[in-house]
Design a protein around this ligand. Structure first.
Ligand code: ADP
Ligand code: MG
Length: 690
C-alpha cells in the first residue's frame, strides 16, 4: 500500500510491527514511541555489564555481576517470611542466592547439582555476600554461556511492557536500520559528531570500555549527536511557525465593555506592581493587529492567574471568545474554580471541557463553544478535533513547558479563520537562565513577574539524612497538632510508574501507622484523574491534612493552608523540580518549612546542589546555580524532571550545542528539514512552509 501523503521512507507506525496490537501500542504511545524509528530514540536509563563472568570469589557488594555456578545447597528458611536460599559454587568459591518470594518452579531450577547463570546485585547478607532475586537461566552440563559483546542497555518502561520485550524491539529496529531496511536519513552527518547509525550503536550497544557516565548523563558524543539533531529539528519547526505567523493577523481587542477594569476592581486583593506592569504589556499586545505571542514568566506563587484573568476579561469585553488551557485536569479544574469565582459575579459562566467530560455534558459544552460562549477553561481536550469556536481571539496556556511545539500549533489552528489567528499568552513558572531563554521560547516575547504578593514568608529549608526519618515524622506530628497541613513527596522511580505508585502506597500506610488517627491522602500518577481530583479536593478542604504524593503534585497546585513540605530522595531530583515542589508551601499566613531528605553519603556536587536550595528561594538564581554546578557528576538531566519537552536535548547541559543550531539549520534543504521535523517533532505536514 502506498499512501501518497507520506514520504516514501516514512517509518511504520508501531502497531504495524509483528505482535503489537492496539493495547500494546497504547503502552508504547505512553512512552512517546509511535513509530518504528521512535524505538531508536528511546534512550537507556543505565547499562549492565553482562559481557563477562565474575568468579564467585571476586564479587563485591553494591555492584551487579554476572555469575555462573553449580547449586550445592538449597533450603527454605522459615523466618518472618519464608525465603529460599541457594548456594552456588564455582572453582573459586561460593555465593548465596536469596529469594523472598519464590515459585515451585524456582525450587526445581535451583535443585542441587543444576548449573545456572545469574545476574543481579550483590550485597552484604547475614553470612557473607549474597545476591537477592537474580535473573537466572539454566545451563546444561558443559554448556558455555554465550555472552553479549556489548553492554546491556536498560530502558525506561511502563507497566505491562516488559524490559526484555522493549529491548528486543529496539534492537530489532537497530538491526534493520544497520541493514538498510529501515530508512534513517542523516542530514547532519557533517556536524563533526558521530554519524547517526554510529551514534545509535554507541548508545544502545556500547562496548564494555565505553564511558558509561557520559552516556547516561548525555555528555557522550553519541548522545550529543542526537541532542543536536533534536535542537535543529525544533528550531526549524519554530522558524516555520514564525514565518507563517508573520503573514498572519489577529483581531485588536479594545474591551469596549470595560470588563477588565471591572474585574481588577473586584479582585479580593490589590494587584502587585509587577502584576500591573505585566497586565499593561499584555494590553498593548492585545490592542494590536499583530498576533500576540507572549511568555509570562513568574515564579511559583507570583500570581500569574490574576494576570491571565485580566487578559481573558479584555477579550470577553471585546465581545469575543477566550480560552484558558492547562496541561492536567487537576490544574485546569483549579483554574475553573478560581475563574468562576471572579467571572460569575460579572455574569460570565466558564464552559468546562476536559477528557472526562463525555456524553450529554460534552455535547452541551461543544454547543456553547460553537455558539460563542465567552470563556472556555479546560485541558488539551479544548483543541482536539470536533471542538469549534465561533470567534476565539485569545488563548492562554498555563505551564507551557508541558506542551510541545506540536500541541501549541494545534491550539493556534483552533482559532484561526483563514488569515486571522488568536492572540496567545503562555504562562510558565520554570525559571530558565536568560542565556537559554531565547532558544527555549523562540519567537515569544517575554514578560516577567518579579515580585511576590505581599505577606509571603520565606520558606525555611532543612537538609535531613533519611536515617533521621523518625524525627521528620515527629515534626509532622507537631505541625498537624498545630492545625497545619503537610505534603510528603515520595521519590521518583524512573523505571516504572508502578513501582513509584507502590512506594507511595507503602509510605502512606507507614505514616498512617506512625500517626494514628491522622487521615492520610494519597495521590500518584497511576490514579484516574477523577480520583486524583477527589484526593486533592479533600486536602484542599482540610479533610485530610497530610498528603502523600509522587511528583504529580509538581505543577501549579494551590493549597494556601499547607505549610510543611517533606521531599524524599531530594538528591535525585533536579533543582528546578525541587524549587517547584517547595513553591507549593508558603502561600498562606503560616511560616512554612521544607525538609529535603537525602540518602547519604552525599557526594560533593550533590551536597552543593542541595545547599543551593537551602540558601535561596529565588527561582532564577537556582536555575543559574544548577547550570554552574553541572558538569561531570550525578546530576539528573532536566529531561527526566519534566522541565522541557525535549526527548534527548537538555537546554542547560547542551548550551554549547544550542549555539550551533542556527548555522546548521540554515544549511538544510527543505526535504531534510521535513525529515528532521518528522523525526523529532512529528507530523511535518503541519509545518508546511507554504
Ligand atoms: P502562580 O503564579 O504560581 O500561578 P497563583 O496565581 O496561583 O500563582 O497565585 C498564588 C496565590 O497568591 C493565590 O492564592 C492567589 O490568590 C494569591 N495572590 C495572587 N496575587 C495576589 C496579590 N496581588 N495579593 C495577594 N495575594 C495574591
Ligand atoms: Mg499557576
Amino acid at each position: 500500500m502506498n499512501d501518497s501523503s507520506h514520504p516514501a521512507d516514512a517509518p511504520r507506525p508501531i502497531d504495524a510491527l509483528d505482535g503489537i496490537g492496539p493495547a500494546m501500542a497504547a503502552k508504547f504511545h505512553g512512552l512517546g514511541i509511535r513509530r518504528e524509528t521512535d524505538l531508536l530514540f528511546h534512550l537507556p536509563l543505565r547499562y549492565e555489564d553482562r559481557t563477562r563472568l565474575t568468579p564467585l570469589a571476586r564479587v563485591r557488594p553494591s555492584t551487579s555481576a554476572l555469575v555462573a555456578g553449580r547449586v550445592v545447597h538449597q533450603e527454605v528458611r522459615q523466618g518472618r517470611t519464608r525465603s529460599l536460599l541457594v548456594t552456588l559454587e564455582d572453582e573459586t568459591g561460593q555465593l548465596v542466592l536469596r529469594f523472598f518470594r519464590f515459585y515451585p518452579s524456582q525450587r526445581r531450577q535451583f535443585a542441587v547439582g543444576n548449573r545456572v547463570l545469574c545476574f543481579g546485585e550483590v550485597r552484604f547478607g547475614p553470612g557473607g555476600f549474597e545476591m537477592a532475586h537474580p535473573e537466572a537461566r539454566s545451563l546444561r552440563d558443559g554448556e558455555a554461556p554465550r555472552l553479549p559483546d556489548h553492554l546491556t542497555a536498560v530502558y525506561p518502561t511502563t507497566a505491562g511492557l516488559g524490559q526484555s520485550r522493549l529491548a528486543g524491539l529496539i534492537h530489532d529496529a537497530l538491526d534493520r536500520a544497520l541493514a538498510g531496511r529501515l530508512a534513517l536519513p542523516d542530514p547532519l552527518s557533517d556536524a563533526g559528531l558521530p554519524a547517526l547509525t554510529e551514534a545509535l550503536v554507541a548508545i544502545h550497544r556500547p562496548r564494555a570500555d565505553a564511558d558509561l557516565d557520559a552516556l547516561v548523563d548525555g555528555r557522550h558524543p553519541a548522545v550529543q549527536r542526537l541532542a543536536l539533531e533534536e535542537l535543529v529539528a525544533q528550531h526549524v519547526a519554530m522558524a516555520r511557525l514564525q514565518r507563517a505567523r508573520d503573514r498572519q493577523h489577529a483581531e485588536p481587542l479594545s474591551d469596549a465593555d470595560g470588563m477588565a477594569a471591572r474585574l481588577v476592581a473586584a479582585f479580593p486583593f490589590e494587584p502587585t506592581g509587577a502584576q500591573r506592569r505585566v497586565i499593561a504589556e499584555i494590553d498593548a499586545d492585545l490592542s494590536s493587529e499583530r498576533p500576540m505571542r507572549r511568555l509570562l514568566q513568574g515564579d511559583v506563587g507570583s500570581g500569574k492567574t490574576l494576570v491571565a484573568a485580566a487578559a481573558l476579561a479584555r477579550a470577553i469585553g471585546s465581545g469575543r471568545q477566550a480560552a484558558l488551557v492547562a496541561p492536567t485536569e487537576i490544574l485546569a479544574e483549579q483554574h475553573l474554580r478560581t475563574l468562576s469565582e471572579w467571572f460569575v459575579p460579572l455574569g460570565i459562566e466558564p464552559v468546562w471541557l476536559a477528557g472526562k467530560v463525555q456524553g450529554a455534558a460534552r455535547r452541551d459544552a461543544l454547543e456553547k463553544l460553537a455558539g460563542g460562549a465567552p470563556l472556555a477553561v479546560g485541558t488539551h481536550a479544548l483543541f482536539q478535533a470536533g471542538v469549534t469556536f465561533r470567534d476565539l481571539r485569545l488563548v492562554v496556556v498555563d505551564e507551557q513547558h508541558r506542551f510541545g511545539v506540536g500541541q501549541r500549533l494545534a491550539l493556534a489552528e483552533k482559532g484561526s479563520d483563514g488569515a486571522r489567528i488568536p492572540h496567545q499568552l503562555v504562562m510558565t513558572a520554570t525559571p530558565i537562565p536568560r542565556t537559554l531563554a531565547m532558544t527555549a521560547w523562540a519567537g515569544l516575547e517575554v514578560s516577567v513577574i518579579d515580585e511576590l504578593p505581599p505577606g509571603r514568608k520565606p520558606v525555611t529549608t532543612a537538609l535531613v539524612d533519611a536515617r533521621r526519618r523518625d524525627e521528620v515524622v515527629e515534626r509532622i506530628r507537631v505541625a498537624l497538632a498545630e492545625g497545619r497541613q503537610a505534603y510528603w513527596v515520595c521519590p521518583l522511580v524512573e523505571e516504572s510508574d508502578l513501582l513509584e505508585a507502590e512506594a507511595a502506597e507503602t509510605t502512606a500506610a507507614e505514616l498512617e501507622r506512625a500517626l494514628p488517627g491522622t487521615p492520610v491522602g494519597l495521590v500518584h500518577g497511576r490514579m484516574k484523574p477523577a480520583d486524583k481530583q477527589a484526593v486533592m479536593q479533600a486536602f484542599k478542604n482540610g479533610r485530610t491534612r497530610l498528603l502523600v504524593a509522587t511528583t504529580v503534585i509538581e505543577v501549579g497546585v494551590d493549597v494556601p493552608k499547607a505549610s510543611l513540605m517533606i521531599i524524599e530522595n531530594a538528591e535525585r531530583m533536579g533543582l528546578s523540580q525541587l524549587h517547584q515542589l517547595r513553591g507549593r508551601v508558603g502561600r498562606g499566613d503560616e511560616r512554612a518549612a521544607c525538609v529535603l531528605m537525602y540518602r547519604g553519603p552525599l557526594g560533593e556536587l550533590a551536597r552543593a546542589r542541595l545547599e543551593v536550595m537551602r540558601e535561596t528561594t529565588d527561582g532564577f538564581r537556582i536555575a543559574e546555580k544548577d547550570l554552574e554546578l553541572r558538569g561531570p557528576g550525578e546530576v539528573l538531566g532536566t529531561r527526566q524532571t519534566g522541565m522541557l519537552k525535549y526527548r534527548v536535548a537538555d537546554l542547560l547541559r547542551d548550551a554549547d550545542l544550542v549555539e550551533r543550531v542556527e548555522e546548521l539549520a540554515g544549511r538544510l534543504e527543505a526535504a531534510d528539514e521535513d525529515r528532521l521535523i518528522d523525526r523529532w517533532v512529528g507530523d511535518a505536514g503541519r509545518f508546511a512552509d507554504a
